[in-house]
Design a protein around this ligand. Structure first.
Ligand code: FRU
Length: 543
């Protein structure tokens, strides 16, 4: 926990104004979280979710000294968005997570909104001691009181540092390190990285309808470099949580820069989502690749994930060069209904960590995403599904417990005619989720109109969500991760991705292949049951 006095809940609410933005709490109103069992209905078994109460964006993703850190936007008092703290968990394998005490709480500077962490190996900040490189967090201090006092807009960037592997944090005395110029209403979510070619730290910051870049020699003194994005890409809402990083392109041997850019609202299937841009960054300016920019103009935006539940996608800093992966994770929800999804003890889960790769296709540069390979360590004995031609429905003989906790890969022939085919997950209550491919429109789809137990939102179950297929090879491959309340579709090796939450009143325990409007050749596949990552709840009758 940061070493400044934290405000008691009610006072923080009054001073920070968060009480007005927050609907009445339905869960434990005090700071003592209910003991998690991880066996609650809808509780993910192999995705990260907070032990209790509200979670949104991943923050401060950094690998250091054998640990992957996952901090997150957290309200430790209720399962509703509210005065923002940073929760904290660490993992040694990107699969199993250990919950740690809160890192940051609201204080006199404001709430701790999203931000990032770097390891200052060369001690450029001078904050390290005795050869210990500091972990340096840059985050947005959000304080509505500033505005009320007529001083400035509420958001500015603060620095805090840790000398004990992220367990305790000290606030820098010279905060804010990047003050609000006075007129920037949206001025938040700093993502910092070392830019070797220009020998400086670069901060990527969301500023409403664009992202700005700032440079610093020491993480403490920042100067403006440039901005990008006004007038290009999706602008159905405010830009948030940017991330800028280089990726090698295996097809050409070049390195290109990717700017991930979340926005709320304006996603392709509604609500919040993450688009991206590919180009070059020279230490001052991000210049989009002309062809990519042309496609963005034609299509409106190019999306990392077409499902409705992958937001604030951010990548880990500090992954060793010997590993070389760019690993990202997102908040598996959507601001359109995040506050009302039918979980009570906790609200919010992360996607599985995903490896991002950049490819040069005939259509230009495109980002692929696939679950990190470590996920396979959770596989139970995989079951092989034999090839079959499908016309209508074909029930698969899969153990009921496996259906909604599985990693499955399915191969289909090129469809003949305008068929729609895929998988239907269901339960005895008639609730179902359909996921598949529609040959007539050349789009993948997720139909969760009957996949939620209650009408907790007007938009959640209002439509079939779709994603264009961009792969050109005839055969179709779909990999699906199912986990209680979520479905992650990685089609064509991660070229098209859809992440969708579901809230059936009972777990889906049966699964069928289906094909409508024509037949399809199912070429076979595998289903691996997934082990859970949480300890078993204590036995009720210990002996
Ligand atoms: C994105 C976001 C960020 C902000 C944080 C507040 O989901 O709105 O822009 O820092 O959440 O919790």
């Amino acid at each position: 926990m940061i070493r400044t006095p934290s405000l008691p809940g009610a006072l923080a609410c009054l001073l920070l104004g968060a009480c007005t933005a927050t609907p009445p709490a339905r869960t434990t109103p005090d700071a003592t979280p209910p003991a998690p069992t991880y066996a609650e209905n809808h509780r993910p078994q192999f995705h990260f979710s907070p032990p209790a109460h509200w979670m949104n964006d991943p923050n401060g993703l950094v690998y250091f000294d054998g640990e992957y850190h996952l901090f997150y936007q957290h309200n430790p008092r209720t399962s509703l968005w509210g005065p923002m703290h940073w929760g904290h968990a660490v993992s040694r394998d990107l699969v199993h997570w250990q919950n740690l005490p809160l890192a940051f709480a609201p204080d006199t500077d404001g709430e701790a909104w999203s931000g990032s962490i770097v390891v200052d190996e060369r001690n450029s900040s001078g904050l390290g001691t005795d050869g210990i490189p500091p972990m340096v967090a840059l985050y947005t201090a959000h304080n509505r009181a500033f505005k009320a006092a007529g001083q400035t807009q509420p958001e500015r960037q603060n620095l805090a540092y840790s000398l004990d592997r992220g367990r305790t944090w000290r606030k820098y005395a010279g905060n804010p390190v990047l003050p609000n110029p006075g007129d920037q209403k949206n001025f938040r979510d700093p993502k910092v990285a070392w830019h070797a070619a220009s020998h400086q730290w670069v901060m990527t910051l969301a500023e409403g309808d664009h992202t700005a870049f700032y440079g610093s020699p020491n993480l403490k003194d920042w100067h403006y470099l440039s901005q990008f994005g006004s007038g290009l890409g999706a602008h159905g809402g405010v830009w948030e949580c940017p991330d800028l990083f280089p990726l090698a392109v295996p097809e050409t041997g070049e390195t290109k820069w990717v700017l991930l850019q979340s926005l709320n609202a304006g996603a392709p299937n509604g609500g919040s989502g993450a688009q991206y841009f590919v180009g070059d960054f020279d230490g001052t300016r991000f210049t989009p690749d002309p062809r990519f920019a042309g496609d963005v103009r034609k299509q409106g935006a190019i999306w990392l994930d077409w499902g409705r539940d992958n937001y604030a996608v951010i990548s880990w800093a500090g992954i060793p060069a010997t590993d070389g992966r760019r690993i990202a994770i997102g908040w598996m929800s959507n601001w359109a209904y995040a506050r009302t999804v039918p979980t009570e003890q906790w609200r919010g889960a992360m996607t599985v960590p995903r490896t991002l790769t950049l490819h040069r296709l005939a259509a230009g540069y495109r980002l692929f995403a696939a679950p990190v390979q470590e996920i396979a360590t959770l596989h139970g004995t995989p079951q092989t599904l034999p090839a079959h031609s499908v016309n209508g429905a074909l029930a698969l003989d899969v153990p009921p417990d496996t259906v909604s906790q599985a990693d499955m890969t399915l191969h289909f022939d090129r469809p003949i005619g305008p068929s729609r085919f895929g998988l239907v997950f269901s339960n005895a209550r008639g609730e179902e989720l359909r996921v598949g491919y529609d040959a007539a429109t050349n789009r993948y789809f997720s139909d969760r109109r009957k996949a939620a137990s209650t009408a907790f939102s007007n938009s959640f179950a209002s439509q079939i969500d779709t994603a264009p297929r961009t792969a050109t090879r005839p055969a179709i491959t779909m990999r699906l991760l199912m986990d209680a309340a979520s479905m992650e579709l990685f089609a064509d090796d991660g070229q098209t991705v859809m992440t969708e939450t579901v809230f059936p009143s009972e777990k889906f325990d049966r699964v069928s292949l289906f094909s409508e409007g024509g037949g399809v050749g199912f070429k076979g596949g595998t289903i691996a049951p997934m082990h859970g990552i949480w300890p078993a709840p204590p036995s009720r009758n210990p002996r």
